[in-house]
Design a protein around this ligand. Structure first.
Ligand code: SF4
Ligand code: ZN
Length: 558
C-alpha cells in the first residue's frame, strides 16, 4: 500500500487500523497524498468498508441529528446508500463532462500548495458574480502578470484596478491585493490551510470561497454553497422556502457538508457547481441528462404531476382530482414551499429555488464631460481624467469629470454646472458655449440604473494647466491618450461614454466628407438597418440614436 509518510489516519484507515482522532492536519496531509496518487487509490478504496466507516463518521460529525429519514424528514437524504449513489453518479459524470478551465488545470498540475491555492483563490474571486466565459481572459492575463502571491503583493493598487477594469465589483480586486499582501507580511507567504482560518484571516474571503479553496487545493472535507449549488440542492431536496433566509442557508450548508465526498472533496464540490452551471441551469434545466435525476425530489414531483394529468385525461374523471397537485410529501415544514398554491405547474422543477423579489435599482442621472486637448508637441489628442475617491462606488477608478444630478435639469442648467466644475478643475474659464451635448448613455450597475448625460469640450489652448492637486476635491487627475485611456482603471460605463464620443467624432468626419448618401445614413434604407439619426437640439449636428447604437443596457457590478 502507498503511504504518505506522515502516518496519518487516512493511511491507517486504508491499512485497516482504527482511525483515531481525525484531525484537520491529518485530513490535509492525507488529501495532499490523495491528490498525488488519486486515481489508483480511488479505485482501491471505492467500495472498501474503511471508506464506508469514514463516510459514516463524516455524516455524524457534520450533523449528528440529521442522519436518518426519521430525523431528517423529506429534505435530507434517506440513508448512506443514497448519499453514496449521488456522490458516485456526480463524480463519474464530472470526470467525463467537466469543462477544461485554466484554474482547474492549475489546481491539478501545480505541486506548490501556496501557488495552487493562490491560483484557485484568484479564480474564485473573479467568478463571484461574473460568468466563466468573461473570467477566462481576465484570469489568464492576471496569472501571466502575477503568477504568485509575492508578485501580486508587489503590484500597486492602480495596476490591480487597471487589470480589473471592465470586470465589475471593483472592490474584489482590491481585497485580493490586500489579501496577498497580508499573506506575505503576516504569514510569511504561507496560505492558511483550513476554511475557518481563510475566512477569518483574509479580506474578501467568505464561507463559500474559503471552503472552495481548501477543498480543491488542500482536500479539506467541506461542502460548498454558491448560487449553482443552491439551485441543485434546492431542487434535489425540494427546498422551496426563501433560499436567502438564514434557516435555508444553514440547511443547505448542512446538506453540502454531508454530501461532499470524503476522498475527492474538491472534485465533488466542483461537480455540484458544474452540474448547476451546465445541466441544472436556472432556465430550461436538462433533467434528462442529469446524473442525479433518480434522487431529485423536484423531478419526481413533476413526473408525479404529469402522471396525474395523464391519468385524469385517460380516465376522464376530472372531479376525482384536485386542481392543485399534491406536490408535498413532507407534510409541511419551514423548508417547504410557502404553500401548495405557490407551485406553478408550467415552471416544473424551476419552482425551486425561491428568492424574495429583488428591489428595483435606484435611478440616478449624472452629467459627464469628455474634455480633450491637442498635445502641443505632436498634436496627439489627449483626454482629461480624474480619479474617484478611494472609498464608495467605483473607489479609486478613473473617469471623465462627472457630477451627480440632484434633480432633472434643463440642458442650459446642465451646461452651467459642467462649465463651473471644469473651470474649477482646469483652472481656466470654460464657457457654456464650448460644451457640446452628445447624447445619453445608460448603464446598469448592480443596484443603480445610471443615465449619463454626455457632453464634450475641446480645449483650444494647448497650454492649459490643471489646477494644483490640493486645490481639487479629487485625489488625482491626468491627461491620457486614447491608448492610455483603454489601459487605465476605468469602468465599463466610462468606456461606453468614450465609445459614444469616438463614434460621433468618426461619424462627423465621414459626414464632413459628404458621403452620407453613400452609407445610407439619414435615408429610409439606413434607418431600416437601425442607423437612425436624430439631431441634438443645440448643435445642429447629427448623431446615432442611442438605442440602436448600444443595444440593450449591459449590467455591471460595482
Ligand atoms: Fe436539476 Fe433536473 Fe437534475 Fe433535478 S433532475 S438536479 S432539477 S437537472
Ligand atoms: Zn418540508
Amino acid at each position: 500500500m502507498v503511504s504518505c509518510g506522515w502516518d496519518c489516519c487516512w493511511c491507517k484507515s486504508l491499512s485497516g487500523a482504527q482511525c483515531g482522532e481525525y484531525t484537520v492536519m491529518s485530513k490535509l496531509k492525507a488529501a495532499v497524498m490523495v491528490q498525488k496518487t488519486s486515481l489508483k487509490r480511488r479505485q482501491n478504496v471505492k467500495n472498501s468498508p474503511q471508506r464506508k466507516r469514514l463516510c459514516q463518521k463524516q455524516v455524524k460529525e457534520v450533523s449528528p441529528g440529521i442522519v436518518s429519514v426519521k430525523e431528517t424528514g423529506y429534505h435530507s437524504f434517506k440513508d448512506l446508500t443514497e448519499i453514496h449513489s449521488i456522490r458516485a453518479n456526480l463524480l463519474s459524470w464530472y470526470d467525463k463532462n467537466k469543462r477544461e478551465l485554466p484554474w482547474r488545470r492549475m489546481a491539478v498540475t501545480e505541486s506548490d500548495l501556496n501557488k495552487r491555492a493562490y491560483a484557485v483563490w484568484v479564480s474564485e474571486i473573479m467568478l463571484q458574480q461574473t460568468q466563466v466565459a468573461t473570467v477566462i481572459n481576465y484570469y489568464n492575463k492576471w496569472m501571466q502578470r502575477w503568477p504568485t502571491l509575492q508578485a501580486l503583493a508587489k503590484a500597486t493598487l492602480e495596476e490591480v484596478n487597471e487589470m480589473w477594469s471592465g470586470l465589475g465589483y471593483y472592490s474584489r480586486g482590491r481585497r485580493l491585493h490586500e489579501g496577498a499582501q497580508k499573506v506575505l507580511s503576516e504569514f510569511k507567504g504561507e496560505m492558511p490551510k483550513s476554511a475557518e482560518e481563510l475566512q477569518k484571516l483574509l479580506p474578501g474571503v467568505g464561507r463559500y470561497t474559503a471552503s472552495a479553496i481548501t477543498s480543491i487545493c488542500f482536500g479539506q472535507v467541506t461542502g460548498v454553497v454558491d448560487g449553482n449549488a443552491i439551485r441543485v440542492l434546492c431542487r434535489a431536496r425540494a427546498i422551496g422556502a426563501d433560499s436567502t433566509s438564514p434557516a435555508v442557508t444553514e440547511a443547505l450548508w448542512m446538506l453540502a457538508n454531508i454530501l461532499v465526498d470524503p476522498v475527492r472533496p474538491g472534485d465533488f464540490n466542483q461537480a455540484v457547481m458544474e452540474l448547476g452551471a451546465t445541466i441544472c441551469t436556472p432556465k430550461a434545466p436538462l433533467c434528462s441528462e442529469c446524473p442525479v435525476q433518480a434522487h431529485c425530489r423536484a423531478y419526481h414531483q413533476v413526473v408525479k404531476e404529469e402522471e396525474k394529468v395523464s391519468k385524469r385525461l385517460l380516465d376522464n374523471t376530472m372531479l376525482k382530482f384536485s386542481s392543485i397537485p399534491d406536490i408535498e410529501e413532507c407534510g409541511g415544514c419551514s423548508l417547504c414551499l410557502p404553500d401548495k398554491e405557490s407551485w406553478v405547474s408550467s415552471l416544473g422543477v424551476m419552482n425551486y429555488p425561491r428568492k424574495p423579489a429583488k428591489k428595483p435599482p435606484r435611478t440616478e442621472r449624472t452629467l459627464t464631460c469628455v474634455v480633450t486637448r491637442k498635445r502641443n508637441t505632436d498634436d496627439t489628442e489627449e483626454y482629461f481624467l480624474i480619479q474617484r475617491p478611494n472609498f464608495g462606488l467605483l473607489a479609486g477608478m478613473w473617469e471623465f469629470p462627472s457630477i451627480l444630478m440632484e434633480a432633472e435639469l434643463m440642458e442650459k442648467k446642465q451646461k452651467r454646472i459642467i462649465s463651473d466644475r471644469l473651470t474649477e478643475l482646469l483652472g481656466s474659464s470654460v464657457t457654456e458655449a464650448n460644451l457640446q451635448h452628445l447624447g445619453e448613455v445608460v448603464h446598469i450597475f448592480s443596484h443603480i440604473h445610471q443615465t449619463y448625460h454626455v457632453y464634450s469640450n475641446s480645449l483650444s489652448d494647448t497650454t492649459v494647466e490643471t489646477v494644483k492637486q490640493e486645490e481639487t476635491e479629487y485625489p488625482s487627475f491626468r491627461w491620457v491618450t486614447k491608448a492610455e485611456f483603454h489601459q487605465s482603471a476605468v469602468s465599463t460605463a466610462m468606456k461606453k461614454v468614450f465609445r459614444l464620443f469616438s463614434h460621433l467624432g468618426v461619424n462627423e468626419k465621414l459626414l464632413n466628407k459628404g458621403d452620407k448618401q453613400e452609407r445610407g445614413l439619414g435615408t429610409k434604407e439606413g434607418e431600416r438597418k437601425g442607423r437612425k439619426y436624430k439631431a441634438p437640439k443645440d448643435s445642429g449636428r447629427r448623431q446615432l440614436c442611442m438605442e440602436s447604437f448600444f443595444g440593450p443596457a449591459v449590467k455591471e457590478s460595482l
